[in-house]
Write a protein that binds this ligand. Structure first.
Ligand code: GLN
Length: 476
C-alpha cells in the first residue's frame, strides 16, 4: 500500500486516474491486514491479504463516495458493499480509491467524466480509454496492484488495450452485479484489470459465483482459474472473424495482431478464418439496446432518493433542474435516444428489431464456436487517440467500439492483453480473445501462454523508470 501511495504521489497529478482516495484509511486497512498476517491468517483462505485493489467509481463500497463520474451523485456515500467488494474483503484485499470513468460508464475515453479526463500513462496528450480509463491507467502506472472495472460494450477491454494492461470481461452471469450502478442491465458485467493474465485468473476466482441478490448470476461451478493456466495450448483452434480485419484498421495494429497470431502458432495453436455475418449491425443494435436500458435505469436519479437535488417551485421543476444540472451531455443524449426508441410508435421499429438482431449476433458467435474454441481480434481499431479528438463527434466515438461490443450483445467472455506497440508515438496495442459462454478457463489459459512467451506485459510507460521496488504482479 505504501508503495502504491508513493507512486500515486509521483504520477497522479498528471494522470488523474482517481476521482478520490483516502490515504490514511488505506494505510489503516493495510496495517490491519499486516496484523492479520502476523497473527497467522491463512493465506489460502485470504489469497489477497494486504493487496491494494482500487475500484471503478460505479461499484458500491460501504462508507466510500460513489459518484459514477457524475455531478448528480457528487456527494453520495454508499451505504453498502457490492457483492464483489464483500468477496474481495473476505479474500483480504485492501480496497481503496475510487477510479475515474465516463459518467455512468457511457463513453470510450473517460472524457465524459464530470471530474475531468484521465490521461494515458504512455502519452499524456492521449486518452486512457473508457469507460474504465481510471482503472486501466492506475494499474498500468502502478498506482494499485489491480482494479475492478465494468464492461457494457468494451469498457474493461478497450482501456486495458489502450494503456497496456490486461482486462477481462467475464461471461454475463459469471460475476454478481449487486452493487454495480446499472447502465444497461442486459449487457453490464464487472471484471478485473490487472498487470498479468495470472492476476486476472486469481481475481476471477474470487469474484465469480452465484449471488441470491443478483438473479442474473448463474450457478456455475466455482473453478480455480489459476490452476488451468499452465496446461498446454497445443491443438487449440482459434477463429479469425473476417469482418474484424477490415479497412480502417490501423496498419500497426494489424501487424501486431498478426505477429501475435504467428507467435501463438509457434505454441501449437491452430487458426482458421470464420465469419460473423451480422457484425455490421452490432453498433446500431448496441446503441439502441444500451440507450433504451439506460433511459429506464437512470430514471431513479430524480433528486428525491439519491445524491444531489436542485430545488424548484414544484416537484416537476425540481426534477428538471436536478437532472438538467446533474447529468452531462452524453448521458442526456443517451436518455433522449433511449426514450425515443422505446416510445410507442417507435418501439417495434427500433427496440424490438434490435432485440431480434441481437439474437442473430449471438447465433453468429455460437455457430462459430461449433467450429473453433476461441476467437481472436484486435481490441481497438487504432492505438489511443488524442484527448478531444472525438468529443465533437459522438458517432465517431461510438464507432470506436466496433470490436468489443458484440461480445456483450452475445453475452460471451472476452480478454484483452498487450500484443505490441505502435512506433511513433510508442503506444500499447491490445489483442482480444473471445470465448464461449463460461469458457473463461481456456480464454485465460491461451492468454497466459501467449503473454508468457512475449515481453509486452513487462514494458513500463516512459518517465517511470526510477521506480524500483514495485513488483510487476501480485506476489504471494
Ligand atoms: N463505449 C461504450 C459506450 O459508450 C461502452 C461503454 C461500457 O462498456 N460501459 O456505451
Amino acid at each position: 500500500m505504501e508503495s502504491c501511495l508513493r507512486q500515486i504521489s509521483r504520477v497522479e497529478d498528471r494522470l488523474h486516474a482517481f476521482i478520490s482516495y483516502n490515504a490514511d484509511r488505506a494505510l489503516a486497512d493495510a496495517t490491519a491486514a499486516d496484523n492479520d498476517r502476523a497473527n497467522g491468517a491463512d493465506i489460502r483462505s485470504k489469497p489477497f491479504l494486504g493487496i491494494p485493489i482500487a475500484i471503478k467509481d460505479v461499484i458500491a463500497v460501504k462508507d466510500h463516495p460513489l459518484t459514477c463520474g457524475s455531478r448528480i451523485l457528487g456527494n453520495f456515500i454508499s451505504p453498502y458493499d457490492a457483492t464483489v467488494i464483500e468477496k474481495l474483503r473476505a479474500a483480504g484485499a485492501v480496497i481503496f480509491g475510487r477510479l475515474n470513468m465516463d459518467e455512468f460508464a457511457m463513453g470510450s475515453s473517460t472524457e465524459n467524466s464530470a471530474f475531468g479526463p484521465t490521461r494515458n500513462p504512455w502519452d499524456l496528450g492521449r486518452i486512457a480509454g473508457g469507460s474504465s480509463g481510471g482503472s486501466a491507467a492506475a494499474v498500468t502506472a502502478d498506482e494499485c496492484m489491480a482494479a475492478l472495472g465494468s464492461d457494457t460494450g468494451g469498457s474493461i477491454r478497450q482501456p486495458a488495450a489502450l494503456c497496456g494492461c490486461v482486462g477481462l470481461k467475464p461471461t454475463y452471469g459469471r460475476v454478481s452485479r449487486y452493487g454495480l450502478v446499472a447502465f444497461a442491465s442486459s449487457l453490464d458485467q464487472i471484471g478485473p484489470l490487472t498487470k498479468s493474465v495470472r492476476d486476472a485468473a486469481r481475481l476471477l476466482g474470487v469474484l465469480s459465483g452465484v449471488d441470491p441478490r443478483d438473479s442474473t448470476s448463474v450457478p456455475e461451478p466455482q473453478l480455480d482459474f489459476e490452476l488451468a493456466l499452465d496446461r498446454d495450448v497445443k491443438g487449440v483452434k482459434i477463429g479469425l472473424p473476417k469482418e474484424y480485419f477490415i479497412g480502417g484498421l490501423d496498419p500497426e495494429v494489424n501487424e501486431a495482431v498478426h505477429q501475435a497470431i504467428r507467435q501463438m502458432e509457434s505454441l501449437g495453436v491452430e487458426f482458421v478464418e470464420v465469419s460473423l455475418p451480422h457484425t455490421e449491425y452490432a453498433i446500431a443494435t448496441y446503441y439502441i439496446i444500451a440507450t433504451a436500458e439506460a433511459s429506464a435505469n437512470l430514471a431513479r436519479f430524480d433528486g428525491v432518493r439519491y445524491g444531489r437535488r436542485v430545488e424548484g417551485s414544484d416537484p416537476y421543476e425540481m426534477y428538471c433542474r436536478t437532472r438538467g444540472e446533474g447529468f452531462g451531455a452524453e448521458v442526456k443524449r443517451r436518455i433522449i435516444l433511449g426514450t425515443y426508441v422505446l416510445s410507442s410508435g417507435y418501439y417495434d421499429a427500433y427496440y424490438l428489431r434490435a432485440q431480434k438482431v441481437r439474437t442473430l449476433i449471438r447465433q453468429d458467435f455460437l455457430k462459430a464456436f461449433e467450429k473453433v474454441d476461441l476467437l481472436l481480434t484486435p481490441t481497438t481499431p487504432t492505438p489511443a487517440f488524442c484527448l478531444g479528438e472525438k468529443m465533437e463527434n459522438p458517432l465517431e466515438m461510438y464507432l470506436y467500439d466496433i470490436f468489443t461490443l458484440s461480445c456483450n450483445l452475445a453475452g460471451i467472455c472476452g480478454l484483452s492483453l498487450p500484443c505490441g506497440f505502435s512506433s511513433n508515438p510508442k503506444l500499447p496495442i491490445g489483442l482480444q480473445l473471445l470465448g464461449k459462454p463460461f469458457g473463461e478457463e481456456l480464454l485465460l489459459r491461451v492468454g497466459h501462454s501467449y503473454e508468457q512467451s512475449t515481453p509486452w506485459h513487462r514494458e513500463k510507460p516512459p518517465g517511470e523508470s526510477q521506480r524500483s521496488e514495485e513488483p510487476d504482479r501480485i506476489l504471494y
